[in-house]
Design a protein around this ligand. Structure first.
Ligand code: ZN
Length: 450
């Protein structure tokens, strides 16, 4: 969870002023050179369709660069349109290797490949989102992340945000949710640890261990799935008993520096997902999520893993070639393979799609240039979750947001929402619940489309 999302959670906690927004990790592998590149003339087009999360359709004004595979460039494609025609570019890399897509408006698309030199496809299409999605889907469904996908996660009708650190408060709220919403629900627990949000990762000691284990049993007993928050990529320098391991698993720049999450939260450092020590730490944290009978919880939430773009790690003792970008992707894949149960994950990078169940895709849903590209390509295979709500949202605006989210292919009542107030407050303000109409709506269209 990056940037605005962390801020949203801070707001939920009533901490609003101290956390500034920074968009990029610093010391971002600047010296790493691509292995090959490809330039394509786009001078006759004025609009671009990009795979930013749900999709983005925008007039090209400023140069931009996006790195694949990540939430910001989740598919290996871009399409360019003018009034009369369009063109779809597919990188056509079956491994899903790291690549930077740079757009120079009225000039060129250049793609820098850091791992391989694929045979880029350039396909003439009608200048529409549907035409681009159809042509990309034809390619995408033949790739390993769809061909090898054998997951059987239930459709979730609702994902409740459990953002309080009190199990008793969350149980009370869950009962209200159960009265209101039909079908299978998820419960996303974000504040269950003994430490505050964004502090002391990877210490996943519960704040109220016995109450939490009982709550997990209660959730399972009501047919729900608990998704407790784990951060898949960050460790905290201020966690004293992890410092020496941290030094060994940290992502290293070419100068052997560690990489901070951002300047403000510089105590949070990136872990190299390729390292078995880090993988074990996260796997153990997940395996500690048990109910009162010792049963593993049905699911888990893994933050950042399908959102953050690969970084080159130059550590010499991690078992990968220093500077090899593929280590990041292969490490994330290895970690995901070791995680039991249903996985809700931040981001939607396609190369991990065979290894997760529910991508959380909430970051850009309030942007005016967001379009439903992802749903047209992958909506039949994977259930996307998440939507942002404006602060102080009113009932009409809320219902309008629900309509928008359904149009974008959300099949879980648009939850969990990202909003700067607890979900129970939304219920209190009658935005959700106490309405038969809302209850009816939630039971619609929740089955897997095949
Ligand atoms: Zn490494």
């Amino acid at each position: 969870m990056k940037n605005i999302d962390r801020r949203t959670f801070m707001q939920m906690l009533g901490i609003t002023s101290t956390f500034a927004l920074f968009s990029q990790p610093f010391a971002f592998g600047k010296k790493n050179q691509p292995k090959s590149s490809r330039k394509i003339d786009i001078s006759q087009f004025d609009k671009v369709l990009l795979p930013r999360e749900h999709g983005q359709l925008t007039t090209m004004v400023k140069p931009l660069t996006r790195r694949y595979p990540s939430r910001e460039h989740c598919m290996q494609m871009a399409a360019f349109f003018n009034e009369k025609k369009g063109v779809l570019i597919i990188a056509n890399d079956p491994e899903g290797g790291t690549a930077d897509w740079h757009i120079q408006p009225n000039s060129t698309l250049s793609i820098k490949f850091y791992e391989t030199e694929p045979d880029v496809q350039v396909i003439d299409i009608e200048p529409t989102i549907e035409a681009a999605a159809e042509a990309y889907k034809e390619w995408a469904v033949k790739q390993f992340w769809i061909q090898g996908r054998k997951r059987a996660a239930p459709k979730l009708n609702f994902v409740s945000v459990a953002s309080s650190s009190s199990v008793a408060a969350e149980k009370k709220h869950l009962n209200q949710v159960l009265e209101t919403v039909d079908g299978t629900i998820g419960i996303w627990l974000t504040q269950w640890r003994s430490n505050p949000f964004d502090r002391k990762y990877p210490d996943y000691t519960p704040k109220e261990p016995v109450q939490l284990a009982k709550f997990f049993s209660y959730i399972a007993g009501h047919g729900g799935l608990a998704f407790s928050y784990l951060n898949g990529l960050l460790w905290d320098r201020e966690l004293k008993n992890f410092q020496s391991i941290g030094e060994h698993i940290a992502v290293r720049t070419e100068r052997q520096q560690t990489i901070a999450y951002n300047r403000k939260l510089d105590f949070l450092n990136y872990a190299c997902p390729y390292t078995p020590l880090w993988q074990d730490k996260i796997v153990n944290a997940r395996n500690s999520l048990k109910d009162i009978n010792g049963q593993l919880t049905g699911g888990v939430y893994l933050d950042m893993l399908a959102a953050v773009a690969p970084m080159a790690c130059w550590a010499a003792d991690h078992g990968h070639v220093p500077g090899d970008y593929s280590a990041w992707r292969l490490g994330v894949r290895e970690l995901l393979k070791k995680i039991d149960g249903f996985i809700m994950i931040e981001g939607c990078a396609e190369v991990y799609m065979d290894l997760f169940d529910y991508p959380l895709m909430h970051l850009y849903t309030d942007k005016v240039d967001t379009v439903n590209l992802w749903d047209l390509v992958y909506g039949d295979y994977v259930q996307a979750l998440g939507w942002r709500l404006p602060k102080g949202v009113g009932r009409l605006q809320f219902e309008d947001t629900l309509r928008q989210s359904r149009a974008a292919g959300l099949k879980s009542y648009a939850s969990p929402w990202m909003v700067s107030e607890p979900e129970s407050t939304l219920f209190k303000r009658l935005l959700i619940g106490n309405s038969n109409k809302t209850k009816t709506k939630t039971s619609v269209d929740t089955r897997v489309k095949k």
